[in-house]
Design a protein around this ligand. Structure first.
Ligand code: ZN
Length: 367
């Protein structure tokens, strides 16, 4: 019977203790104290027995109830010691089972609580970090230099990357545009004064760009512009009546007083493009590495046979989206072979700014 009371005492201690408490030590201590026949400990045992009786342990109540008030009565009656022992063993097993179950549950609760706290702490730290970063970004004027054609750094956000790129978002003379409803007039021919020239080439991370040696000019009206460089986009940035082509070549010119004029030559699939082939043959192995081949190219090879064109005032099609650019877009595309197109698409599958609002701009086109 003493053992039984000790077990019940144990169960009480464990039931009332949390998983983090030193329950086993306390239980052991208490068990040790109740196993001593000291009279001082008797009220505690009774209390423990009563508490245990409240627990929903099957069979516990009946067995725990006859504590020591009933003991004298039992002792007086003829008692079968074996039966009592058997009952004690069975009860001990049940209590042990129940204790194990409760311990397991307490452990699981404690583990879950610890995990939840850890996750909440991590989340709070992340939020604090994000808030600090956002505050720094909001306070500092933006002078980012990195942009792309897709995602966070894509065309829709160019104006937010750098304060000097505001025109990309707020300008009303932006390029490219869909060329339609043009005013058909007798546009004067563009005068081309191009020659075989030295060149160098760079893969600048946005396109393949060829810088052409000096001495190549166009004349539009009474203004002369010198060819600076040409580069490629895929697909074409400009559209004609809503329709684009697979690629486009932009030849960028500058006047002596800094005005920009860009000639656009649309590219469609067909015969090989000899100038494009020379450019591809000399591609730099690394981005931003400049190569200067010892051969010459003739920019005349970039032009289509027919020279009718659209013209309008627009902008650079990449940051900083500078406006005041005279655009000259040939109506007739030039051809390039599927293999030549495929080669560029491996480097730049998409490097075209979407079409911008015309905002009521006049578009003129050759008859
Ligand atoms: Zn371009």
């Amino acid at each position: 019977m003493r053992n039984l009371i000790a077990l019940i005492a144990c169960s009480c201690v464990v039931l009332s203790a949390s998983a983090n408490d030193p329950a086993p030590a306390a239980a052991a201590k208490l068990a040790a104290s109740v196993s001593k026949p000291a009279s001082a400990s008797m009220p505690t045992k009774e209390q423990m027995a009563r508490d245990a009786a409240k627990e929903p342990v099957p069979g516990k109540k009946e067995t725990a109830a006859p504590s020591h008030q009933e003991a004298p009565a039992r002792k007086a009656a003829p008692v079968d010691d074996d039966k009592e022992q058997e009952a004690e063993v069975a009860l001990s097993a049940k209590i042990a089972e129940r204790l194990a179950e409760l311990r397991e549950r307490q452990q699981a609760r404690a583990t879950a609580a610890a995990r939840a706290k850890k996750a909440a702490d991590a989340r709070r730290r992340e939020e604090e970090k994000a808030a600090a970063a956002a505050a720094i970004l909001a306070a500092a004027p933006k002078h980012g230099t990195v942009w792309s054609y897709e995602g966070e750094l894509g065309p829709a956000n160019w104006s937010k990357i750098n304060v000097d790129w505001a025109k990309c978002g707020t300008g009303n003379r932006q390029s490219p545009i869909d060329l339609r409803d043009g005013i058909k007039v007798n546009l004067e021919q563009i005068g081309f004064d191009y020659h075989p020239s030295s060149f160098n080439e760079i893969n600048n991370g946005h396109t393949i760009q060829v810088t052409v040696g000096g001495g190549n000019f166009i004349t539009v009206g009474n203004q002369t512009y010198e060819l600076q460089q040409f580069h490629f986009h895929r697909p074409s940035e400009e559209r004609i009546n809503g329709k684009g082509t697979e690629m486009v070549m932009h030849l960028v010119h500058k006047s002596y007083d800094g005005k920009i004029a860009i000639v656009a030559v649309l590219l469609e699939r067909g015969q090989p493009h000899s100038l494009m082939q020379t450019v591809w043959d000399n591609l730099p192995l690394e981005k931003n590495e400049v190569v200067s081949p010892s051969i010459v190219i003739n920019p005349m090879d970039a032009l289509p046979e027919k020279r009718e064109y659209f013209t309008y005032m627009g902008s650079m099609t990449e940051p900083p989206c500078t406006e005041g650019v005279l655009w000259l877009v040939f109506k007739q595309p030039r051809q390039a072979s599927p293999a030549q197109m495929a080669l560029f698409s491996r480097l730049y599958p998409l490097n075209a700014r979407p079409v911008q609002s015309t905002a009521g701009r006049m578009v003129k086109e050759s008859n």
